[in-house]
Write a protein that binds this ligand. Structure first.
Ligand SMILES: Cc1cc2nc3c(=O)[nH]c(=O)nc-3n(C[C@H](O)[C@H](O)[C@H](O)COP(=O)(O)OP(=O)(O)OC[C@H]3O[C@@H](n4cnc5c(N)ncnc54)[C@H](O)[C@@H]3O)c2cc1C
Length: 494
């Protein structure tokens, strides 16, 4: 049972009698990343009288979300925008009064490049992460050989697999589009998002809509072409209506830390405790929870566990060994972001895009580079550009752990080669994120269902965060909101 049942109600038979005030509920949130903050915010909305404590191990809120402003640049140290087709990020920003701070991607630079033999080439127009929606640009791209193009085009005629078994991203894409399209297009695009080993990454847990397309339409190309036609129609209809429309990704003008600040500002005074790692959790005989931090224990009616799964696992193992083991099975990879700023006149490449992804076959030290100030123009001072370079992930874990004194020169040399950059950067910094990217290996969905089933048996406990049902910010926000609703016994998606 996962219904919130305030223990004081159970102990005091009169507490629910008509006319008596409901006892104040005590709720703990563990972790002040975006999932924990979204949970805390939803708790205060659902029960303003609730006594809330947000335990955060670090010395600032936001988890990996962190914007710094230095030397005139706006530097996002991890996530730098979020998708708008999953509504929870947009909705949260609007409800916090940040709607007018949302910034769209620069329409002049929506192209993505792919590195091939050391040079940047445009991703064929209409290629959507996994498959082409237009065949002509695919036929003309220098990224694939004639045989590779033929094999990708044959996707139309490859018989679909109709069963429900999960499959690795690599196996799925090779089966549908062939080895070359996988190696040269899909592998770098997907690696840049999931920092994962695609031989192990689950299609079902990440891009399941492509498996659905195969099952329902028999071919990804056929399904995507139909979807694009429907979208064009919807766009034409939307153009006749009023209301804000957003690009596929958006960010906040003052940086994503402004979302964190807005959430923190709405917490009850004193609710956020920085430098307060939760060290132990234990259910009490009366259905509540004792939570230990800094050697002291406090009693709560409910707990939202929004720390990473590799932290939640050991904390919950003494409570339910199998739950702890399930959480422990979710591996995490580490990444680092190197931010490099230059005067625009130092850069030989025209940068007419959002960035470039790098296939594993290139043997480059980097996974991808985002042309951060082309994507969102407010991020660099006039006459300058800033790049965000991704390294590490499951492909090259050792890179994310390199000392800055070795990492920055390595990345700089690679950018000089790819983008024909002259001279020294005017800004350089690296942010390291060890064990922050949960790996959704084949079987992840079933694993998460089992974890959720076991967690649901613990009254007053709910899990939130990026380890379960999506690593993107909107999904993390949603897990936090749902966890809050669950521990407070509210129904609906809240
Ligand atoms: C480099 C990088 C780039 C990314 N880019 C994007 C992007 O552009 N768009 C997008 O949508 N997503 C992106 N993501 C993913 C997204 O940012 C994350 O999935 C999301 O922010 C994770 O939020 P979270 O709250 O689940 O976890 P976290 O942010 O990891 O927060 C967990 C919190 O728990 C705290 N904690 C740990 N242990 C304890 C303890 N014992 N007690 C109390 N607190 C504890 C931690 O200190 C941390 O603050 C990116 C991620 C990374 C790393």
């Amino acid at each position: 049972m996962n219904e919130f049942s305030p223990a004081s109600d159970q102990n005091d038979p009169m507490a629910n009698a008509v006319g008596l005030p409901r006892p104040v509920r005590h709720v703990a949130v563990v972790g002040a990343g975006i999932a924990g903050l979204a949970a805390a915010h939803r708790v205060t909305q659902l029960d303003p009288a609730c006594e809330l404590v947000v335990f955060e191990a670090g010395d600032r809120a936001g988890g990996v979300l962190w914007t710094v402003h230095e030397a005139g640049f706006q530097v996002e140290q991890s996530a730098d925008n979020f998708i708008t087709t999953v509504p929870y990020g947009l909705e949260l920003c609007r409800s916090l009064g940040l709607g007018d701070r949302l910034v769209q991607t620069n329409p002049a630079c929506r192209q993505t490049y792919v590195v091939h033999r050391g040079r940047l080439h445009k991703l064929p127009d209409g290629f959507l992460m996994m498959a082409p929606t237009r065949l002509w640009p695919l036929a003309l791209t220098p990224l694939l050989s004639p045989l590779g193009k033929l094999r990708a085009g044959l996707e139309y005629f490859i018989p679909p697999r109709l069963d429900d078994a999960d499959e690795s991203m690599a196996a799925f894409v090779r089966r549908r589009l062939g080895r070359e399209a996988f190696d040269r297009l899909v592998e770098p695009l997907v690696s840049a998002v999931y920092a994962a080993d695609l031989e192990r990454l689950s299609v079902d847990a990440t891009l399941s809509r492509f498996r659905d397309m195969e099952r329902q339409h028999g071919s990804l190309i056929r399904a995507l072409r139909r979807e694009m036609a429907a979208r064009r129609k919807a766009r034409r209809e939307a153009e006749t209506q009023s209301g804000a429309r957003y690009s596929l990704f958006v960010t906040l003008r003052d940086g994503l830390s402004s979302l964190v600040e807005a959430l923190v500002a709405r917490l009850p005074r004193g609710a956020l405790r920085l430098g307060s790692p939760v060290e132990r959790l234990a259910p009490t005989p009366d259905g509540r929870w004792d939570v230990w931090s800094r050697g002291r224990s406090e009693r709560f009616d409910a707990v939202v566990m929004a720390a990473p799964a590799h932290v939640a696992g050991p904390l919950l193992t003494p409570v339910d060994r199998e739950l702890g083991a399930g959480l422990g099975q979710i591996e995490h990879s580490g990444t680092a972001i190197v931010s490099l700023g230059f005067r625009t006149d130092q850069i030989g490449h025209p940068l007419r895009g959002m960035g470039a992804v790098v296939p594993a076959a290139e043997r480059s030290p980097i996974l991808a580079v985002s042309f951060s100030s082309r994507k969102y123009v407010h991020r660099a001072p006039e006459g300058h550009d800033i790049f965000r370079v991704f390294v590490g992930g499951a492909r090259a874990p050792e890179m994310a752990e390199l000392d800055d004194s070795r990492l920055v020169p390595l990345v700089l040399a690679e950018l000089r080669r790819l983008l024909r950059i002259q001279g020294e950067p005017v800004y350089a910094a690296a942010a390291h994120w060890p064990r922050t990217m949960p790996q959704y290996h084949v079987g992840h969905r079933a694993r998460v269902e089992e974890i959720e089933r076991r967690a649901a048996r613990l009254s007053g406990l709910a899990l939130a965060g990026n380890a379960y049902r999506g690593v993107g910010l909107p999904d993390c926000i949603h897990t936090g909101q749902q966890a809050a609703a669950r521990v407070l016994g509210a129904t609906g998606s809240a």
